[in-house]
Write a protein that binds this ligand. Structure first.
Ligand code: DQA
Length: 147
C-alpha cells in the first residue's frame, strides 16, 4: 500500500485565489501553475503528488482522514485555519501522518493573530515567508527523508 512515495499537498481557504489575491504577500503565480510545477518536480524525485484545496474546514478534515493508508507525507498550508482550527490539528494527530506546515508569507511579520499556529508544535517543521519556494523546500526535505 505504501510502496510508492505519495505526498499530499493541502491548501486551505482563499488559496484558490493565489496569483490575484493580496499579491504583495502571495505573489502573482496561480495555484494551478504551482501544483503543476510541483507535480513535475515530485515525479523527478520519484514521488507522486496529489493536491486538495478547499475553503471548507470539513473537506480538509475528511481529506486528512482519507489519507491515512495511502499518503506518506503531507505538505499543508492551512491558511486562515492555521490560527483557528483545533479540528485540523486533531485530524492530523489522528492519522499520524508526518507533515510540514508551509506559509507563503511571513506570518510573524503581520498581524499579531497570525503569529499563533495550532499546528506548528505537532509538525515536522514550518517554512514561512519564503513565498512559493516554501512548497518546493518542503518537497525536497520529504524526498531527502523518504529515499
Ligand atoms: C497564509 C498565512 C495566513 O495567515 C493566511 O490566513 C493565509 C495564507 C500564508 O500562506 O502566508 O491565507 O497561510
Amino acid at each position: 500500500m505504501k510502496n510508492i512515495k505519495n505526498v499530499l499537498v493541502i491548501n486551505g481557504p482563499n488559496l484558490n485565489l493565489l496569483g490575484t489575491r493580496e499579491t504583495k504577500f502571495y505573489g502573482n503565480i496561480s495555484l494551478t501553475h504551482l501544483i503543476n510545477d510541483l507535480q513535475i518536480k515530485a515525479k523527478k524525485l520519484n514521488m507522486t503528488l496529489d493536491h486538495v484545496q478547499s475553503n471548507a474546514e470539513h473537506v480538509l478534515i475528511d481529506t486528512i482522514h482519507n489519507s491515512k493508508d495511502n499518503v506518506h507525507y503531507i505538505i499543508i498550508n492551512p491558511a486562515a485555519f492555521t490560527h483557528t482550527s483545533i479540528a485540523i490539528r486533531d485530524a492530523l494527530i489522528g492519522v499520524n501522518i508526518p507533515f510540514i506546515e508551509v506559509h507563503i508569507s511571513n506570518i510573524y511579520s503581520r498581524e499579531d493573530f497570525r503569529s499563533h499556529s495550532w499546528l506548528s508544535d505537532i509538525s515536522q517543521g514550518v517554512i514561512c515567508g519564503l513565498g512559493l519556494d516554501g512548497y518546493y523546500w518542503a518537497l525536497k526535505t520529504i524526498s531527502n527523508r523518504l529515499i
